[in-house]
Design a protein around this ligand. Structure first.
Ligand code: ADP
Ligand code: MG
Length: 390
């Protein structure tokens, strides 16, 4: 991280001809458990990871916001007072829509964009893009904390999470929830962020991985299915239909005891969609409790059950994800599940530190045997949320 920070400072100077006022950073995230529960006003348990997006920032003497990234050759600039109109007209586009969208959303949250000073932002990242680790929340959160500090805005972390979500929903145009930004802004080392997506209340839940000699492996299958957007929309619609048929405003209001009744009232497919969400909410609560009372060794069955529920009831897994989970389980993982929205992406496995290389080898072998592309298998460590770098 020190190297990346120093290189970014040099890049900032090369682009702007002066020193940055500071460097801020924010991590990507992995969701430990709680899938497709966010839009049902339920529970999620993500953690921030040790892959970060860094932004070097410096105030300007005019009202321009200029953004550059190591991901792209273009430098994009716009007068801050023009952001609202650009957002309204759909002119915030491509990667620059993320940082410019955050500046716009800060304006909506109370910053006076016709009075604040302009700013140069230069961005670098080691969060892989599109691997399900939320490089989008990392860029939003790093830019959010940088601008909030430079512009002296009184916004706490939950408010900055809403700013990031608003940028993604209304400037980028992606209909995502608040989980990713919350993890990126509130994460702590060796801990997860327990988030109630209805009240937006959060709690830090220690994971105790280091002490237990455990670690988390991400197995990125590299599979990206074209119907993932359609599949996501369909699942959301099933959840809404199930809630309406059961007479509740969201599936959050159903408990495991209500499932017997739900079975008699819903068609088979809708029932299984509902059963996933209702049992997944309960699994998140059980995971939090198990972590607090017994530590990470105790959550393996919950991770495994979460995967079965997504595979059989919610039907969002793919053969590569099932293989990754099975291979991890057969090679001694405490527990494993696919993570993220489904139809591709990554699985996670909770494994002993000293089993990592064995499982990596087994994973490559199993994928080769099935004729699948070699997955990218790597360790992630639960890490600190967004911060100003020293
Ligand atoms: P992810 O699962 O990684 O969040 P998304 O599609 O939600 O995938 O967001 C990825 C997009 O975010 C990229 O295509 C790019 O537009 C933007 N982005 C992420 N990181 C950076 C970065 N360091 N520099 C510029 N743009 C970035
Ligand atoms: Mg994203």
């Amino acid at each position: 991280m020190t190297d990346m920070r120093d290189e970014l400072r040099s890049l900032f100077s090369a682009i702007t001809g002066r020193d940055a006022d500071g460097v801020w950073s924010a991590p990507g995230r992995v969701n430990l458990i709680g899938e497709h529960t966010d839009y049902n006003e339920g529970f999620v348990l993500p953690f921030a990871i040790d892959r970060r997006t860094l932004v070097a920032a410096g105030l300007r003497d005019d009202s321009l916001i200029r953004v550059a990234s190591t991901f792209s050759d273009d430098v994009v600039e716009l007068p801050l007072p023009d952001l609202a109109e650009a957002q309204r007209d759909g002119h915030l586009q491509g990667w620059a829509a993320y940082p410019l969208g955050v500046a716009w959303a800060l304006g909506e949250a109370g910053a006076d964009l016709s009075a604040v000073r302009g700013v140069d932002l230069v961005i670098d990242s080691n969060v892989p893009v599109g691997a399900g680790l939320s490089s989008s929340a990392a860029i939003e959160s790093s830019v959010g904390v940088a601008l909030a500090e430079l512009w002296n805005l009184e916004l706490d972390r939950p408010a900055l999470a809403l700013v990031g979500q608003r940028a993604e929903n209304e400037a980028v145009g992606a209909p995502t929830g608040i989980m990713d930004q919350s993890a990126s802004l509130l994460g702590r080392p060796d801990a997860a962020v327990f988030l109630d997506c209805r009240s937006l209340e959060t709690a830090i839940v220690p994971l105790g991985l280091a002490e237990a000699g455990l670690t988390i492996l991400v197995i990125d299958t590299g599979v990206k299915h074209e119907h993932s957007t359609g599949g996501y929309r369909e699942r959301r619609a099933s959840c809404e239909a199930g809630a309406a048929a059961m007479g509740v405003s969201s599936l959050r209001d159903l408990s495991v005891e209500d499932l017997d009744l739900a079975r008699t009232m819903l068609d088979d497919v809708t029932f299984r969609r509902v059963r996933h969400v209702v049992t997944e909410n309960q699994r998140v609560l059980d995971t939090v409790q198990a972590l607090r009372s017994a530590g990470p060794q105790a959550i393996g069955d919950l991770l495994d059950a979460s995967h079965r529920s997504m595979r059989d009831d919610f039907e969002i897994s793919v053969p590569e994800l099932d293989l990754a989970v099975e291979t991890a389980q057969q090679n001694g993982a405490v527990g494993a599940r696919m993570t993220g929205g489904g139809f591709g992406g990554a699985a996670i496995a909770l494994v002993a530190e000293d089993a990592v290389s064995r499982i990596q080898v087994a994973m490559d072998g199993a994928f080769a045997e099935h004729g699948f592309d070699t997955p990218d298998t790597f360790v992630v460590r639960p890490s600190e949320g967004a911060k100003r770098e020293p």
